[in-house]
Design a protein around this ligand. Structure first.
Ligand SMILES: Cc1cc2ncn([C@H]3O[C@H](COP(=O)(O)O)[C@@H](O)[C@H]3O)c2cc1C
Ligand SMILES: O=C(O)c1cccnc1
Length: 338
């Protein structure tokens, strides 16, 4: 196991590998010389420069792109916080395997390999309104499942999740680590009605009180108030950092999953970009808190890494321009003021 204790994760986050700024500088220089007014490709330019920094290449490539979808079940589902029954989690795993889910189609369109990782579905986390969702050991096992999923030769990783009731776990992490109470972070997820939303808020408030002694410790919070698939997303983020793999985060749940890392060290997510801002209420606020600027704003609220998957297409467009465009000299085009 990469991390045998919570302290191992804390130590990793105190001494993070940093990407290679020289390649970012080279890529930025190349962008300046391409046949366009400087800056005119906007955030596509920044995307290419960011990929250069983390891949360590002036001209980054997207040959091996992986979409990882982590799957878990949640004890808090028994509180009636989702519009769907817990059985849907495993049923969707079968749907992923059969190729019938949204992310199967998006992965194909983005030319990405799809990796679905169910984690102990038959053993849901404990209901965090009355116990710790996971022990530190169970949490570390889930982190490890995520860590092991990331190929070290991966050019870009998109991370997402499936797990009925996990927007409650995600809102829980936000409320515990950022404050503002359940009202600030609980949204409608799969589409709960007003009564369901009230139950969701009540579960979060109850758990905030029950676990009040650990709220200052991001990893204790991740274990006691998160979920296995959220822990695995954090583990995948750590593995990506170790191997210099750039990461696209999916929606509210995936962003909340890496919030504990950001609380450990402000630069822990420098290798990550937000693929999109989801329509789940709370995601925009969460991204602002974490200083992440979403690439897309499409009113999506699915999860499954679907928003991050669509953002891969943007990365492909950014790199096609970065590698394929001619410079002013090559094309014989006059520069500004020539
Ligand atoms: C058929 C179906 C497919 C999904 N794919 C992702 N989710 C999304 O919805 C769930 C979170 O919402 P809540 O917290 O309200 O349960 C997660 O599984 C998430 O991935 C789905 C949900 C359903 C019903
Ligand atoms: O933004 C998300 O991650 C999300 C929103 C609704 C349902 N599941 C996930």
């Amino acid at each position: 196991m990469q991390f045998a204790s919570l302290d191992d994760i804390r130590a990793f986050c105190r001494d993070l590998p940093g990407g290679d700024q020289r390649f970012a500088d080279m890529a930025a220089h190349r962008q300046q010389n391409l046949t366009k007014p400087p800056g005119s490709l906007g955030r596509l330019e920044e995307l290419a420069i960011w990929l250069a920094q983390w891949q360590g290449r002036e001209k980054p490539r997207l040959e091996r792109v992986t979409i990882a979808v982590f799957v878990g079940n949640h004890g808090v589902a028994s509180r009636g916080v989702s519009a769907y029954p817990q059985a849907v989690t495993a049923q969707m795993v079968a749907n992923f395997a059969a190729g019938g889910a949204a992310i199967n189609q998006i992965a194909k369109a983005a030319a990405a390999e799809l990796c679905v990782v169910p984690i102990e579905l038959e053993r849901p986390t404990h209901d965090f309104t009355e116990a710790a969702a996971m022990s530190p050991e169970e949490y570390l096992e889930a982190v490890d499942a995520g860590y092991r999923t990331v190929p070290d030769d991966c050019d870009l990783l998109a991370v997402g999740e499936m797990g009925i009731a996990n927007t409650t776990a995600a809102a829980m992490l936000c409320a515990a680590l950022l404050g503002g109470g359940a009202a600030r972070w609980a949204g409608r997820g799969t589409g709960v009605d007003d009564d369901g939303l009230a139950r969701k808020r009540a579960a979060i408030e109850t758990a905030l009180n029950f676990h009040r002694g650990i709220l200052g410790d991001p990893l204790a919070v991740a274990a006691a108030l998160g979920g296995r698939e959220l822990a695995a997303i954090a583990g995948a983020g750590l593995a990506a950092r170790q191997h210099n793999v750039p990461v696209l985060l999916d929606g509210f749940v995936a962003t909340a999953a890496v919030l504990p890392l950001a609380r450990l060290d402000a630069s822990a997510l420098d290798h990550c970009r937000a693929g999109h801002v989801s329509a789940e209420s709370g995601h925009r606020d969460l991204l602002r808190e974490m200083r992440l600027l979403p690439l897309l704003d499409l009113d999506m609220r699915l999860g499954e890494a679907s928003g991050a998957g669509v953002a891969i297409l943007l990365a492909r467009a950014a790199l096609a321009c970065h590698a394929g465009m001619a410079t002013f000299t090559e094309a014989g085009v006059s520069g500004a003021g020539d």
